[in-house]
Each structure stands twice: as structure tokens, then as C-alpha cells.
Design a protein around this ligand. Sequence first.
Ligand SMILES: *[C@@H]1O[C@H](CO)[C@@H](O)[C@H](O)[C@H]1NC(C)=O
Ligand SMILES: *[C@@H]1O[C@H](CO)[C@@H](O)[C@H](O)[C@H]1NC(C)=O
Ligand SMILES: *[C@@H]1O[C@H](CO)[C@@H](O)[C@H](O)[C@H]1NC(C)=O
Ligand SMILES: *[C@@H]1O[C@H](CO)[C@@H](O)[C@H](O)[C@H]1NC(C)=O
Ligand SMILES: *[C@@H]1O[C@H](CO)[C@@H](O)[C@H](O)[C@H]1NC(C)=O
Length: 866
Amino acid sequence: MFRRCLVLAIIALKCRVTLEQYFDISRGQSVPREKVYKEVPGIAQPGAEVVLPGGAWTNDAQDAFFDGSRLCARLRQPDASWRKQCTHVIADQTLKVVDGNFELDGAGEALFQEYTRISYPTDTVPGSWAESARNSRLSGSVLETELQKEDGTWVQTVTSVLFWHFLENIDGTLYIERAPCASLGVCVYSYVLKLDAKDIFCTKAVCDPLGDRDTCCDRVEPCTLITTCDRTQSLVPDLNGWCRDRYCDQILDQDICCVPAAFCDGLQCVTGYVQKPNAYDIQCPNSVCFPDGDRDLCCEQQGSCSLLPYTHEDCDVGEYFNSADLCAQRVCNNVTDLEKCCQRAMPCDIGLNCSHGFLAKPGNENIYCLAAECDIDVHLMVCCDAAAPCSDITCGHGYYQLSDTYCSGTSCNLTLDFDHCCPVSEGCASLADNSCPYGVLSRCDGQVLEGKCIKLQPAIGYWFDFDERCTRDPCEDSVDRLHVCCKQADPCTSLTCPNGYIYKSNIGALTCQFGECNVTTNDLFRCCDTAAHCDTLSCGHGFTPDPLAFDTYCPATTCDINRDRDLCCEPAPLCATAYACPHGFTAWPDTYCDGITCDVDRDRDRCCRPAMPCSALTCPLNYVLRYDTYCQGTTCIESRDLFWCCERGMALSYYRFLPLELRQSGSTVVQMSDFFLYNQQVLVDGYDSAVFYCDPCDTPVNLREEPYNLGDNNGETKWLDYSSNAFFVRLPVAQPAFSYSFVTGNDEPQRDPVRWQLWGSPNNIDWVILHEVKDRTTGLSIVPLDRKTTTGQIQVDVPCYSPTGSYIDNSANITCQEGDLIQHGSNCTPACLPGFTADVDQITCLDGELSPITFACDADAGNGTV
Ligand SMILES: *[C@@H]1O[C@H](CO)[C@@H](O)[C@H](O)[C@H]1NC(C)=O
Ligand SMILES: *[C@@H]1O[C@H](CO)[C@@H](O)[C@H](O)[C@H]1NC(C)=O
Ligand SMILES: *[C@@H]1O[C@H](CO)[C@@H](O)[C@H](O)[C@H]1NC(C)=O
Ligand SMILES: *[C@@H]1O[C@H](CO)[C@@H](O)[C@H](O)[C@H]1NC(C)=O
Ligand SMILES: *[C@@H]1O[C@H](CO)[C@@H](O)[C@H](O)[C@H]1NC(C)=O
């Protein structure tokens, strides 16, 4: 029951509708309450009961909502879409939908007349209900009646009803019936009611002329089927017209279907054409003129603006000459069409945005694209100037050039444009990887011999310049590190090692640390080794360091004698020719001085060796060692050195000076300050500890003028003897005396000796005269008159020892009869054992040399066997 109510309670029957159960009127389906709530905010509380307003609006409505005064629903729009609309409903107003909006429905009166026309009773409500009702009374819109229920009982019913409703009694309740098509009365234009329209029902309680059209109506035939129009009268079938009924009646329908043929002046010519000037006189073949079919009949082509002898210049400022447009007529008029063809041109400031790299020309609001629209391809240069590229600015170090970026003007202004053209680039130090490749050694310089590179390119090294800036921000490793931050370091070969340094042996593979080689930095040690100084080279035999090479270095870390000798050394002078060994040393063969000139002190031990003193030799008879003499070698060789070391002389321990006559003849008081004995011009060895004495003595009693004053080398002291006694000198060791001198006393020249004898003795027993001044004249010439003045050295006459007996068979123990000592110039008489006779009579001693040297003792005749 309730469900039927839902289905049928579309119109204003008192059918209870709760707001909890809205429904889709057009489709008869309930919709969920939630949906209604959502779409209808502010609705009445659930449970309220309302009655929907009546009227035809429901034919075009969905999702209706009514709160008693306000009705909202989605209404069908002319374009068939649905749109929500609302309206206020007062009392029993009925509504309809016109152009998608609610409007009051006044259709009731019209329909009432239709019903009357098709003879429905107007005093009652139509429908089947009447067959099961009694005592009905319709007063106004209120129908009172008794209805028979299905069980045959009767029930009193009062209902409000619109009189064109068809009602049905269902078990004692009135329901609205679907309206019969006949209730439409007439169909829409070009349709007619079906013949059985009374028996066909519309879909709703009221028929919808459009919605129920196809159910209720048949199409009539179009006027085009009329073939009987009077063409002589220029009558033609109305192409838009319809006959009266389902089938055209060639005669009856002529009045509505035959119309005058259309004239061209009603035709809108297709683009590019205008009506012919006499279009109002030209009739088309049909009731309408067709733009295409009748084009050539009615229209003529417009002339092209391009036929006019004009250009853009002939148009006003702000206009362009549109040669693609058409003149007003077939023939262009060079006055009126100029205006038509000159059309508004687009000003640059509105019509064109300059593309990247271009700038609007100044005053571009007064510059026009000579066209309706600006076309960037055509008008770019009309409206815009090319901006100067940022590349016109040299950003310089630390900034990077933005590509495809432009200055703010047609030329760059450093002040204005630098900042946006040249962003600061990031520093290389920001790169995570600071490594650079190290040099390439093995690049061959093209010269390959037997598979080996014979000339290597110098190495190229790189160093990471932390102070450098990348070409962008942030730095990009692949671009900046190797090509910007890593800088090429010069090969070490570009560095000149300073004096004292040499290239390292692998110099070709080495590079400096940073860019250009700088010898004051670490590069020195990267590229160079310390060269060995010449002074580390031992020049070797025969060579000596070149003094000019004090700042000279070998061309390597160590000096090499073969390579560097000429650099560092000079030939050394040969000792043998350039050095004289000093006394006591002997030249050493094949030695060189230790410098380019010989130095006495420095080179002594190099050129010389200590010579062996002659004392290593034993001098032969009558020879004594030369004073302070050395053999001519490091050892003494008798055959070579004997007579070098020994000279004729006699080493004696005792000497005696015997005055014979004084300057004052007859006087005996002799005096002398000092007395010297010399061996080879120097005082004899032991002179300092020689003992001077007299025996007998006749010296003053005061003991101040004793002989020892003679040895004190003091001119103020003297020896004096009143009786001209001799004085003696005793040497601690025997020494040969080759000369002697004395110093005159401090006073009394008459006390100077002028004749004297000097004696010597080896043993204080045997004495021999060593020197003798025999006459005054000689003595006066020797002894100076001046006091405390020396005589100068007086040569001794060297005496001889007798020949050595042990070498002479059968000689006497004393080989000379005169004794063992023979005075210079005296003779030795050889002495043999008894029974033997010397083979020489005499041997003479001349200055220490016996002549002949020796003798032999021959056995006497008859006594010759020993
Ligand atoms: C305009 O047309 C007339 C007639 O054709 C002609 O005489 C005249 O020279 C034209 N004017 C120009 C500016 O072309
Ligand atoms: C020029 O650029 C402005 C701003 O982007 C835009 O609104 C306008 O439509 C552009 N004009 C043309 C002709 O492209
Ligand atoms: C560059 O621009 C500055 C700031 O606007 C201006 O003062 C200067 O005259 C300009 N220089 C040139 C050469 O145009
Ligand atoms: C070499 O290095 C020194 C010290 O670092 C510096 O003072 C000098 O200017 C550098 N010389 C050159 C030519 O770069
Ligand atoms: C001479 O020499 C011999 C043998 O040596 C010796 O016996 C003798 O006494 C010596 N005569 C004298 C006088 O010394």
C-alpha cells in the first residue's frame, strides 16, 4: 500500500510522504536518505509529512524536496541537462517547468477546455473510480464520494483533486490514473493524435505533449510530398511545412504547403560572396534559398583587397592593409574598400611578447604588427630588438658566464648587467675530490726506434689550485676538477737548477708543484738533487783541487774522477821539480804538491820523507860527521852518503888556547871576553855545558875573571891571566872544531893575544896543534882593536889520525913514529913491527888527509917468515 503510494503520489493527492523516503520522480526509485541530506542542507527534521505541490513540473523534475513552503528539485534544462532550482509555493499553487525554471502552471484552464472539446464530462472527475463509487459530489476541487472496497463494503472519501485528473478506486482509496492520450487533445506540430488515443495511456497522470508524443501521436507527411503546387505562380512546396494529416492531400493541403519560391535577398551568402546587387529580383527554385546550391544564382564573389593598389603605408597609423581580406563587392572600390581592407593592426605591446634574447623596442605601444595578430616568427624584429648576449661581458676570473643569457639592453652595461650575467663561481676548494692526475711520462714524441721511444715528451703534471674558482656554482667535478682546478704544472725541465744543484736523473718524468716552476720553492727539491761539491772529489795522484773551483760542483750527486777531474782539479806541480825538501828531509820520487804551487810547510810531508841522519854512518879514519847532516835518502847508503856525511876532521873533547904574544910585546897580562868553537859554522854541540878552566892559572884573586867567563857569551865578563897561561875547554862529547873565534876584552887592547896556538886532544893526553898564528902581522889582522869585538871565525887546520894499525899487517901499535895525532902539514913516519919495514918512508897529513892513505909493512929480507 505504502509502496503504491510511493509510485503514484506524484501529483497532489494526499499521499503521505516522509522525508526519509525521497525518490526519483522521473524514475520512480527511492534514493538513499543520505544523498538527499547531502544535497539538501537545512531540511526539516526527518519524519515531517508534506504534500508535494501539484502541476506539470514533475514531468521535468528529479530529486524533489518540499518543506511545506519551499520546493527544490533538479529540473530539465532546454539543453536536456539537469539543474537544481527552488521556488516558494503558496497554498495550492501548481507549477510547471518553462525553460528550466519553475513557473506557475496555468495549464489547467486550457486543458479544461480541451477536455470539454473532446467531451469529457466536466462536472466530475474522469477515471475508472466512478464505476465503484456512489453518492459522489464535486464541489470546487473537493470530491466527496463513497467508494466500494474489494470486500464490497463502502467507505466515505473526501479528497482534493484537480479536475483533469483521472482517478481509480483501489480498495476504497482514490489513486490517480495514468492519463489517456486523448487527454492531450492535440499533438505538437506535425503530429496528430493516434486514432485510438482514448485507449492509449500516457506515462504519467498528465500527458506530456513532448514526452508522450510518440506514444500518443502519429507524424504527418511533409509538404515536400505535394506535387501540385502551381509553379506558374512561383508556388513551390514549403520545404519546412507539414500536411494536415497522416497523409498529404494534394488538393486540400495546397493552401498550407504551397508557398512562393524564396528570393535571393533572404540568403546569407557563403563567405567570400555577397548577394548580387539585384538579389531581391532573383527567385530561388525552392521555398528556401540554399547557401551552397543557390550560391551562384544569388551571390557573386567579393573582390580581393589585394587587387587594390595599396599597401600598409596607405592605411592609418595602427592599421594594416589586409590584402587577404575581401572588398565589399565584386569590384573593389579604391576609396571605400581602402577603409575595409585597412584593419586594426595589433600593437606590439599587446600582441607580442619578445622571445628570450629580445627586448621590446622602446615605445612599442606605438609600434604595430602589420597584421591582425602579431606573429612572433614574422614580427619579432618589428617589435623587438636583439638583446646583447651576456657573452659580450667578460666575466673574468671567479665568475662564470651564463650561457643563453642576455644583457638588459642592446648593448651590455657592465654596471647593470654584470650581476645577472656573471654569477660568482664556487671555489675549487668546495670540490670533494681534490686529486689531480699526475704527469704522463710515456708520451712518445713520435720518434720510435726498434720499438723504443727515443724521445719522450716531458711529463705534464697537475696541481690542485684551491684558490681557483670553478666555472659554475656549485662546482661540477667532471668539468671543473680536471680542467679548471687542476692546473698544469710545468715540467721540471723548465726549471734551471741553480749552481750546486743538478737535475734529478728522471727529470723527464718530473713536474713542478704549482704551475710555473719556481726555484725558490719546493720545486728545487722536486726537480734537482744537490750536486756534489768539487771538494768532495779526491783529485788523485798528480792533481790538485783547482783553487778557482771553490764554487764548482760536479754534475752529479757524487763526483767522478774520470768525468770531473778537469772540472775540479789542476795538474799538481811535481815535487821533484817544484819543491826543495828542507834540511833533514829527502825528496820522495813521483810526488806532487797539494796545490797548484808548492808550499814549503804544507807539502813537506807530501814531497819529502825524513832523511836518515848521517849519524847512522860511521865515518872512516880522519873523517867526522858533517854537522847536522842527513843522508840523501830515508836510509843511509854508505856508497852514496859516506863522503856526503863525513868530512875530514877530528872529533876531540879537549881544546887548549895558548897565548904566545900579546899586542903589547913583552906583556903577559892576557884577557879575552868570550871564546867559541864551531863545527860547520855553528857552535859545537855541548858548547853550553863546556867547561872552561886553566891549569896552571894566574887569574885575579877576586875570582871574577876566571876562564868560565869565556863560555858565558857575555862581553862584559872576561878571562884574565897575568902570566899568559893557556885556558882549556872540555866538551861533554867529542866534537870536531872546524873554526873558532874569540871576543876582545872590555878594555886594554894591549892584553889581546896576537900570536897563539889552538890545541886539541881526544884524551887530554895526546895533543895536536889545530891552528897556530905564527906572526904578529897575521894576528893583528885577525884581532880587532875594538873592545868586546869578535874576531870572526878562524879556520882550523884539520890534523890526521895515524893510519889504523889493525888494517896494516905487522904494523906497530902506533903506526906513526910521531904518535897517533899528526898535525896538518906534518909527516908521519910509518912504524912496523921489528923485522918489517914500511913500504913508504913518509905519510903527509894535509888538512886531515893522509897521503898516501896507508902503508904496508914488508918483511925484512931473510926475516920475512912470520
Ligand atoms: C581609384 O579608381 C578610379 C577609378 O577606377 C581611378 O581613376 C583612380 O585613379 C583610382 N585611384 C587610385 C589612387 O588608384
Ligand atoms: C605575454 O605574456 C603575458 C604574461 O605571461 C601573457 O599574459 C600574455 O598573454 C602574453 N601575450 C602574448 C601575445 O603571448
Ligand atoms: C650603465 O648603467 C649605469 C647605471 O644605470 C649608468 O649610470 C651608466 O651611465 C651606464 N653606462 C653606460 C655606458 O651606459
Ligand atoms: C717564487 O716563490 C717565492 C716564495 O714563495 C715568491 O716570493 C716569488 O714571487 C716566486 N717567484 C715567482 C716568479 O713566482
Ligand atoms: C903493542 O900491542 C901489543 C898487542 O896488542 C901489546 O901486547 C903491546 O904491549 C903493545 N905495546 C905497547 C908499547 O903498547
